[in-house]
Design a protein around this ligand. Structure first.
Ligand code: X6L
Ligand code: MG
Ligand code: MG
Length: 171
């Protein structure tokens, strides 16, 4: 996968991580996925189950519901990021407390085999290999997803801490 693919129109396989812990998280995730699917230049390839996950990071807050989706896209990495942030805004995300509660979060985790290190976009996401709330839903739908350290999502999950906190939400 090279930088030319999005210019030539060949789609790139990507993984996005989504999370919500305000309002009706499952409804928020459903609406975000619907908007991704309706985006010109994005084809939804897979969607994980919903998982209830304990909050990670320095801010005490309610549990999250997290999912991952796999898409094929003809958008550039920056255009994809912009669309993800636009969907966050459309669903009413307010950025007040850093790492605090959010209506919806849509992160670009993987963009083909590309490594991107820009101030607003680091891909593959540098910390996803240690986060069970990312790896468990991702490995469900794309076990061979390529992480930054060369491991796959499924391999990283073998050493990932705190997996017992991540609970599948039955339909
Ligand atoms: C020290 C400093 C240790 C910062 C950890 C960890 C910061 C995770 C941010 C950290 C630190 C994050 C979600 C979440 C957040 C989510 C669940 C983040 C961003 N987002 N917890 N916490 N799901 N379960 O989507 O990941 S804030
Ligand atoms: Mg996030
Ligand atoms: Mg984010």
């Amino acid at each position: 996968m090279t930088h030319q693919d999005f210019a030539t129109g060949a789609p790139t396989r990507c993984a996005l991580g989504l999370g919500s812990n305000l309002g009706d998280p499952i409804a928020n995730l459903h609406e975000a996925v619907r908007r991704l699917e309706e985006t010109s230049g994005i084809t939804l390839v897979g969607r994980s189950s919903n998982y209830r996950t304990p909050p990670w990071g320095p801010v005490p807050q309610d549990d999250f519901v997290n999912i991952c989706v796999v898409i094929d896209t003809t958008m550039s990495p920056q255009a994809l990021l912009k669309r993800c942030l636009e969907i966050e805004n459309e669903l009413g995300r307010v950025r007040d407390v850093r790492w605090g509660p959010r209506v919806i979060d849509v992160d670009v985790l993987i963009y083909g085999m590309e490594t991107i290190a820009e101030p607003d976009l680091e891909v593959p996401h540098p910390r996803m290999g240690e986060r069970a709330f990312v790896l468990i839903p991702l490995a469900e739908i794309w076990p061979d997803a390529p992480l930054a350290d060369g491991r796959t999502a499924a391999a990283a999950l073998e050493t990932c801490p705190d997996q017992e906190g991540v609970v599948l939400i039955e339909e």
